[in-house]
Write a protein that binds this ligand. Sequence first.
Ligand code: SDX
Length: 392
Amino acid sequence: KTGMFTYDPGFLATASCESKITFIDGDQGLLYYRGYPIEQLAEHSDYLETCYLLLNGELPTPQQKADFDYMVMRHNMLHDQIHNFFRGFRRDAHPMAVMVGVVGALSAFYHDSLDINDPHHRKVAAFRLIAKVPTIAAQAYRYNKGLPLSYPKAGLSYAENFLHMMFSTPVSEYKVNPVLAKALDRIFILHADHEQNASTSTVRLSGSSGANPFACIAAGIACLWGPSHGGANEAVLKMLDEIGSVENVPAFMEGVKNKTHKLMGFGHRVYKNMDPRAAIMKQTCDEVLAELGLHNDPKFKLAMELEKIALNDPYFIERKLYPNVDFYSGIVLSAIGIPVSMFTPIFALARTVGWISHWTEMIADPGMKIGRPRQLYTGAGRRDYVQLSERK
Ligand code: SDX
């Protein structure tokens, strides 16, 4: 028994760490941030309030929320010299490559003034990262498109500012549609944290050596990039493009069963039931497409057909394969006008608060030790060196 939840001894033996941040029940499809069900946060909260909750363990009072929002908005500019880093990349560099590089480079601007053992310094590092990662992501997109780098704007919400920094130009201010901004904010909430997933474990392992938080978050971004993890939403859109139309679904599904390809956006290491985020994402998808008059969007219809077929197919049922958070997110982002290349950067942007919350929880633990996964050695037995001249 740990707190409210009881685990079977077999599970306890496999657990790599303890945490108070996020609870997942993969069999029942439950996800709680600090005890609050994701469905309630997606409906009633906003992303910055969820950031406060993940970082501090409690929902903020009105004053705490106002102060937190102000602090994040106050740190969202980049040191002007950081803009030079973008110019070091080829124009066609993937935005995730740029994010890994530029977020890691923040170490050169803030690392030596940071004492990771000082709670206040840890808080400032968290503010800086939550505030600056959207600015970095937006600039990576603009640099890729040959647009002038942009700046955040006062008076906009976190999601509105991201859209503004992505799409406003000196000659045309991007008009933020509040329905789309709210949908994007909800997508940020759904991606904010997810327990010990691959990228969060990467951040914790990096942080356990005492590396600075900027370098640790850069490591998390690098891990998230993979198509089996954060890159899946980009892969779902590519998969839908390849399938093209509902008529091609049976042949595609045959390929899945013959293991020539996977059904991207399906399956999960933990969820053996519907990923609760996928259900909320599907509803958000519905709302956004209706708002934009795209409810006949062929990609959305194809995705729903794929989901319907898979959920009734013994191959998927036997393997407990259900839609995960990435299955519908790409369609929503596309409808909002976000290019495919920016899907994973948006996942990284939203997950930054989860990474920094886990880093903070670990660093604040006086009993923290450096991570050192052990292995089973299955290589050659002991043997003596053979001189080069004697080798055949
Ligand atoms: C994320 O960990 C997290 O929390 C991650 C995440 C987060 O918020 O941080 O939730 C975000 O990464 C979501 C997952 C996004 N990835 C994808 O959608 C890529 C497609 N999914 C797969 O690559 C796969 O499902 C994984 C990587 C997610 C999980 O892989 P596992 O653990 O190997 O899956 P499994 O053990 O449940 O597989 C059981 C069977 C196997 O077949 P058999 O050997 O039994 O015949 O199901 C098959 C698998 O090959 N299978 C799939 C499949 N996923 C698993 N077959 C077809 N399509 C798939 N998507």
